[in-house]
Design a protein around this ligand. Structure first.
Ligand SMILES: Cc1ncc(COP(=O)(O)O)c(C=O)c1O
Length: 407
């Protein structure tokens, strides 16, 4: 299955020995996604919604078709519950800047976990500063999982909590949060809390059912789910989107404009001001089709298989510690690690010399690294194209780096 999957990605035609282990930052793009964007530019490169001519109609239909496909993929009740954004960061800013701005008041509380990516932390932190609200963080245990005991939770969620923002899959620890159970617990303590789930790392790796998990908002990003850059999305329950004010105003999001007042358009146009990223959305639709074609069950199976092998091999290296759970079934294929006596950046540099792409740093999760007492880690993250041979090359590369750096 794995070798077969490489064939969908044109980059491997020109770079056969590339070992790409930075999929948590951006996944590689399959030909189907590239072709869909090309199709738009070659066949109907025009604006949507405003034209009645055939090309504009085609572009508009393709744009809404992608929304419908994504809605089916994440089990949204209706496509209008999906708002296209630039990325997950903008999706979360949209929620914080509209719902948050309207409902969070002085003295309220906002609940986050310590493992959040900055994208799901800074917008809430800044909202809290603006509003005089209090941020509360849920800690993690030794295995990198959120502390699930009732005592901690009663401290974390209170009658004052307005919103909880939690990730479904950590971009550092490999942890998969049982968001359904977490949302149930949150709402048991305070049924009025709204929950935003950051699905940026989960959507490309596992089946997602936004309705069943009980979320109110769900944010993700195109480039991590094998889709284009510059496109992401926010899903939210219709009732919430309806009561939220617009995020940006201007063309495309109005019903009627008078000199001194405006009637805004309905969903989802109300949140999509200006000319939108049409080829990006179309490419994202193609990415959904690609993921459906491989099958999310198969994708997850492959990930667990690589986890089993990679965790075993990484363990063989003396002085190397992988963060998060050691159980292949419990985690994603995102392995952040450090090696005694080896600086993460030096390691990444030496691996780069072997054409192995990994990332070193805090991975936009500084409070998490602070909590762990680490300045930086090296992160290897897999995709649907990753093979055991790629893992072997990583292990050999790390061995080589250790010899060089430890002397
Ligand atoms: C868990 C998580 N959330 C959000 C983001 C932000 O994604 P984007 O930069 O596409 O907005 C990332 C990106 O690394 C992420 O890993």
């Amino acid at each position: 299955m794995v070798r077969e999957n490489k064939k969908y990605f044109p980059i491997f035609e020109t770079q056969q020995d590339l070992v790409y282990l930075d999929s948590a930052a951006s996944a590689l793009r399959p030909k189907a996604v590239i072709d869909k964007e090309k199709e738009y530019y070659e066949e109907y490169p025009v604006n949507i919604h405003r034209g009645v001519y055939r090309l504009a109609e085609r572009a508009g239909e393709e744009y809404e078709f992608a929304r419908k496909k994504l809605a089916e993929f994440i089990k949204a009740k209706i496509p209008e519950e999906i708002v296209w954004t630039r990325n997950a960061t903008e999706a979360i800013n949209l929620a914080a800047g509209t719902w948050g701005e309207k409902y969070v008041k002085n003295g309220d509380e906002i609940a986050l976990t310590i493992m959040e990516h900055h994208a799901n932390l800074v917008p809430w932190q800044q909202l809290a500063i603006r509003k005089g609200a209090k941020l509360k963080y849920l800690d993690i245990n030794e295995e990198g999982k959120p502390e699930m005991n009732q005592k901690n939770w009663n401290k974390w969620i209170s009658k004052k909590t307005k919103i909880a923002a939690i990730t479904q899959a950590s971009n550092v620890l490999g942890t998969i949060n049982d968001v359904k159970a977490m949302i149930q617990l949150i709402k048991q303590i305070n049924p009025r809390v709204k929950v935003l789930v950051d699905g940026a790392q989960a959507v490309p790796r596992m089946k997602v059912d936004v309705d069943d998990m009980g979320a109110d908002f769900y944010a993700a990003t195109g480039h991590k789910m094998y889709g284009p850059n510059g496109v992401g999305w926010l899903w939210a329950r219709k009732e919430l989107l309806e009561e939220m004010p617009p995020y940006q105003t201007g063309g495309g999001m109005i019903e009627e404009v008078k000199k001194y007042q405006t009637i805004f358009a309905g969903l989802p146009d109300k949140f999509e001001a200006g000319t939108v990223n049409i080829p990006g959305v179309l490419g994202l639709g193609a990415a959904v089709k690609f993921l459906n074609g491989l099958g999310m069950t198969n994708i997850r199976k492959h990930e667990i298989e690589i986890n089993r092998y990679a965790l075993k091999r990484l363990k063989e290296i003396r002085g190397l510690k992988v963060l998060g759970s050691g159980e292949p079934e419990e985690r994603t294929g995102i392995y952040s690690f450090w090696v005694d006596g080896v600086h993460p950046h030096d390691l990444a540099q030496i691996l780069s010399g072997e054409n192995i792409a990994v990332r070193a740093g805090h991975h936009c999760a500084q409070p998490l690294h602070d909590r762990l007492g680490l300045v930086a880690t090296t992160r290897a993250s897999i995709g649907v194209y990753t093979s055991r041979a790629d893992v072997d090359k990583l292990i050999n590369g790390i061995d080589k780096a250790i010899k060089l750096l430890r002397g």
